[in-house]
Design a protein around this ligand. Structure first.
Ligand code: GSH
Length: 212
């Protein structure tokens, strides 16, 4: 397998790398410069792999490209302990993965990108846009806190470590460092994810802008 990721530590690529580590699957990587103008994800060759022009893309051994981080997680996790067979629990895992993309990553992940790497930082955004990003990111983290607190859950679905936890961990693990308030239940859950056998950290930022 070959994973296209980025020169800066991308949470979306990290999710895939974290699951690959848990599964013990070896793979090759190409790190694209997504800060270049235009981004290296916009070349005709890369757009053939992902017409939407974003990493991660996982190319299977038969040459099939898979795009969208959470779709890649589902592909890799199928038939493993990281994705339940049971229809209801599988739907619950997907619920949190859709939540991550629609209500979390687009605020918390974008905030991280603006904080560390966006050449213009927050300066191209209005105060209203900045406040909206912040409020919606905080709301997502608060939703996670309430879910874990209700019944004192260990993990997001069925008390089992699944790809719901892996995808939510990627950007939540950095949320406090970029200024979001992270509650006790989420903090305990972050530690629980980190203590799973096979856990790996996100790669270091070679630009030195983002502390671990
Ligand atoms: N929904 C996509 C988001 C992918 C995405 O936004 N990738 C970013 C890096 S985290 C990227 O490739 N940015 C460069 C670009 O869009 O040109 C996923 O989960 O894979």
């Amino acid at each position: 397998m070959h994973l296209y990721e980025s020169i800066i530590p991308s949470g979306n690529a990290y999710k895939v790398q974290l699951l690959l580590a848990h599964l013990g699957i070896s793979y090759e990587t190409t790190a694209l410069d997504i800060l270049a103008t235009p981004s290296e994800t916009r070349t005709p060759e890369f757009l053939k792999l992902n017409p939407n022009g974003g990493i991660p893309v996982l190319v299977l051994d038969d040459g099939t490209p898979l795009a969208e981080s959470n779709a890649i997680l589902c592909y890799l996790a199928e038939g493993t302990r990281y994705l339940p067979d049971d229809k209801v629990n599988k739907a619950r895992v997907l619920r949190w993965m859709f939540f991550e993309q629609n209500s979390h990553e687009i605020y918390v992940g974008v905030w991280k990108f603006l904080t560390y790497w966006c050449p213009t930082g927050f300066s191209h955004l209005s105060e209203h846009e900045i406040n909206t990003l912040r409020e919606r990111g905080q709301k997502a983290i608060d939703v996670m806190e309430r879910h874990l607190a209700d019944g004192n859950k260990k993990f997001f679905v069925d008390e089992t470590f699944t790809i719901a936890d892996i995808c939510l961990y990627a950007y939540t693990s950095h949320a406090e460092k970029v200024g979001f308030e992270v509650g006790e239940k989420v903090k305990e859950w972050l530690k629980r994810v980190e203590s799973q056998e096979g856990h790996v950290r996100i790669k270091k930022d070679a630009t030195g802008k983002c502390p671990y």
